[in-house]
Design a protein around this ligand. Structure first.
Ligand code: ZN
Length: 357
């Protein structure tokens, strides 16, 4: 079994449409009336959008449903699914805690509630029967005021038991007029010892080279190898990793065809820049992590060697993976690869079963 580390998944897009619709029906949500049948809802949920901004509206919808009182339900479901169906050993789930609080309350009250949101998600993600390593990334958001984003950074640093880093999300065309603010916030995060990632170079509007030196990983960054390859050597020197989420680029209209990613993998490998393959919104897309890899393989965009390199890179660049090596290396230390195989073969051979009985 292949084990995965998932480094880029949003809580707002992590629930598969069938579970989401069932919840809407059960709670009498107005959308349930609009979509009495699953097929129409799935089409609405997973169809291609014309832009990143149109695509992000789905997050707003999910956030309105995933509030404090329902978060534990959704998180427990998604952790179970990640462990059982995706063989995910390490999961970083990202969200903007402020957007999970009551929108009718005051800004100060909402800021104070963020701590409870992070605890609630952390507790719901800890399920001994599905023992993946679960960490949160808190997202600053380009639509939120400075004070709220600052509070998000401070909160992330104050809750290391649950949070492993911070991110910048939201429509990327809004970063520009506030770039100085975001530079300062990332500097603050790093001064507090936090790991950083940010949604940059995802679309042509998101090209902010000023932010790059402040990031440990780059959320997407797909435009860099495609249109700014001259930046790659600096990424390699800083040991930064791109979080590439293949299906997203089709859904947002950033790419027309998946095979445009072949250039991304080739150029990054040539320049020594690691890539972690991620889902971004496994539920919204209805594409789980192993299928992101499979799609890349069967369309001949990467080969198996590159697949394994990306899997290992994901563990190496994880902000909160508690080991120095990926799980495959850990296993081979416990028992050499042949021993492990022999052991499995023995366990499953008819004679071994006879011996054990
Ligand atoms: Zn994202």
């Amino acid at each position: 079994m292949s084990l995965h580390a998932e480094l880029h998944r949003h809580l707002g897009g992590a629930i598969v449409p069938r579970i989401f619709l069932r919840f809407l029906h059960r709670t009498g949500h107005p959308l349930a009336e609009q979509y009495p049948e699953y097929e129409a809802f799935e089409e609405f949920f997973t169809r291609r959008r014309s832009s990143l901004e149109a695509y992000l509206e789905l997050h707003t919808l999910a956030e309105s449903v995933q509030q404090e009182e329902t978060l534990a339900y959704f998180v427990s479901k998604l952790v179970r699914g990640a462990f059982v169906f995706e063989s995910i050993a390490y999961l970083e789930l990202r969200h903007t805690p402020y957007l999970r609080t009551d929108p009718s309350a005051s800004e100060q009250w909402r800021i104070e509630r963020m701590r409870d949101i992070v605890s609630c998600i952390g507790l719901a993600g800890h399920q001994p029967e599905y023992p993946l390593v679960f960490r949160q990334i808190l997202c600053m958001h380009s639509r939120l005021p400075y004070e709220v984003n600052r509070a998000i950074v401070e909160l992330a640093a104050a809750m290391p038991e649950y949070v492993c880093g911070v991110d910048l999300a939201g429509p990327d065309r809004l970063y520009g007029p506030r770039l100085g603010e975001f530079v300062e916030l990332f500097q603050r995060a790093r001064a507090l010892g936090l790991k950083t990632t940010g949604h940059v170079f995802e679309t042509p509007d998101g090209a902010y080279p000023e932010l790059l030196p402040l990031l440990d990983r780059i959320g997407h960054g797909v435009q860099i190898p495609l249109h700014h390859p001259e930046l790659l050597p600096r990424l390699a020197a800083r040991r930064q990793c791109l979080e590439i989420c293949p299906t997203t680029y089709l859904k947002t209209g950033t790419l027309q065809r998946l095979d445009e990613l072949r250039t991304v993998f080739e150029r990054c490998e040539l320049e020594g820049v690691d890539i972690a393959v991620c889902t971004d919104n496994a539920g919204l897309h209805n594409v789980r992590l192993p299928f992101e890899f499979e799609n890349l393989l069967i369309q001949d965009i990467i080969d198996f060697r590159q697949l394994r390199a990306c899997q290992d890179a994901a563990f190496r660049h994880a902000f909160g993976w508690p080991h120095r090596e990926p799980p495959r290396d850990l296993l081979s230390k416990v028992a050499g690869p042949h021993e492990a195989l022999d052991h499995n073969a023995r366990r499953h051979s008819p004679s071994a079963r006879k011996d054990e009985s």
